[in-house]
Design a protein around this ligand. Structure first.
Ligand code: NDP
Ligand code: GDR
Length: 372
């Protein structure tokens, strides 16, 4: 039985990847952080009691800032595959906590690679690094592919750039099977609530159900190449099954604006909207209710999106568009879920949550609505 170790197992990708590897018959070990309340919601459905004799899903307390902890877990598990998905993954937050982000996202990667080397596991253990399209930042070529020069635009991207190169360096220096997946944005109903797609689908659902009056966003013109996390974790596994370790760009090859994602989400939540104004004055107004069961709390003319400059970043990545040709050619990978299908799935899921919250609120319970 193959053993995999996943850092960031409690995150969006970690949860989908753990599911996939369990389906494939792996023993899956995940590193979770100690928190003052439960933080395993995304993996609760695959949780197995540590008391069960044949448990194949095992969680270890740990942190990417803690070298001895990572080395001990690596020694205990002796994994065939390590997926380094753990990170302070929010670009805007990285401007607030640049040093912590560098420590976790940059040095955390080095700590794992060193643990593999220190324990003499270079021959046995394959390593996947969660690299990112944010490396391209201020884009030097359209679309971006494996050979496109990097130009990071945030402390997050700069930290991930170190992680990218240290992964390449350990491959070249020590013959390790170590590779980078340069993944463009990928989303799902399990996406963190403060990333823009989830903030929008959750916002539209909450507004439709009368839980909040208006959603506040930043740069509505930003263009992203959005895919579905399920498609992208499949590719993470595929990358570790090749004869030779290589780096791959994973993307859909299509991009839309944040504004277009708002329009799409509103439609899925039973509303048509029109945009007016520019820059900080831009708003989205409801022009038609197409499904009053989904949007019982809305009237035509309601302003449901406004711009708040607090969501602007000190340096912005305006446009990202990936070219996944190498992944298609060499691995036969193609994304199966379109951005429209993904958006629909996210809105259905968020409407379901919003309906439950609306019911709780009706009965006098407090519900957490804000997503900054
Ligand atoms: P999430 O933010 O959903 O998950 C991040 C995970 O890392 C969580 O499990 C989190 O734990 C964990 N983590 C955070 N800090 C630490 C730490 N100090 N020590 C150990 N674990 C930590 O991210 P995604 O699942 O969306 O992304 C997975 C990886 O892929 C990340 O590295 C991200 O930077 C990268 N990436 C993501 C893309 C995307 O569009 N989703 C695109 C390209 C790259 P907790 O649950 O306790 O917070
Ligand atoms: P990103 O994702 O920075 O691309 O990083 P995010 O969803 O945060 O932003 C995408 C774009 O939307 C604009 N935007 C807003 N973003 C947020 N979060 N909140 C807002 O209110 C808002 N309004 C507009 C942003 O300015 C940006 O241009 C994600 C993360 O998953 C990274 O870990 C990963 O590496 C990259 O994707 C690829």
């Amino acid at each position: 039985m193959k053993k995999a170790l996943i850092t960031g197992v409690t995150g969006q990708d970690g949860s989908y990847l753990a599911e996939l590897l369990l389906e494939k018959g792996y023993e899956v070990h995940g590193i979770k952080r100690r928190a003052s309340s439960f933080n395993t919601q995304r993996v609760d459905h695959i949780y197995q009691s540590p008391h069960a004799k044949d448990a194949r899903f095992k969680l270890h307390y740990g942190d990417l800032t803690d070298t001895s902890n990572l080395t001990r877990i690596m020694q205990e598990v002796q994994p065939d595959e390590v997926y380094n998905l753990g990170a302070q993954s929010h670009v805007a937050v990285s401007f607030e906590s640049p040093e912590y982000t560098a420590d976790v996202d940059g040095l955390g990667t080095l700590r794992l690679l060193e643990a593999i080397r220190f324990l003499g596991l270079e021959e046995k253990t394959r390593f996947y690094q969660a690299s990112t399209s944010e490396l391209f930042g201020l884009v030097q070529e359209i679309p971006q592919k494996e050979t496109t020069p990097f130009y990071p635009r945030s402390p997050y991207a700069a930290a991930k750039m170190y992680a990218y190169w240290i992964t390449v360096n350990y491959r070249e220096s020590y013959g390790m099977y170590a590779c980078n997946g340069i993944l463009f944005n990928h989303e799902s109903p399990r996406r963190g609530e403060t990333f823009v797609t989830r903030k929008i689908t959750r916002g539209m659902a909450n507004i439709a159900q009368g839980l909040e009056p208006c959603l506040y966003l930043g740069n509505m013109d930003a263009l992203r190449d959005w895919g579905h996390a399920k498609d992208y974790v499949r590719m993470q596994w595929m990358m570790l099954q090749q004869e030779v370790a290589e780096d791959f760009v994973i993307a859909t090859g299509k991009q839309i604006t944040v504004r277009e994602f708002v329009r799409m989400s509103a439609e899925q939540a039973g509303m048509e909207v029109e945009f007016s104004g520019e820059g900080v004055d831009e708003i989205a107004t409801v022009t038609k209710i197409t499904d009053s069961e989904k949007a019982p709390a809305i009237s035509v003319g309601d302003i449901i999106v406004k711009v708040d400059p607090r969501y602007f970043r000190p340096a912005e990545v305006e446009t990202l568009l990936g070219d996944p040709a190498k992944a298609k050619e060499k691995l036969g990978w193609e994304c199966e879920i379109t951005v429209e299908e993904m958006c629909a799935e996210m809105v259905v899921s968020d409407l379901d949550i919003a309906r439950r919250h609306a019911l709780l609120k009706q009965h006098g319970h407090s519900v957490h609505v804000a997503a900054e």
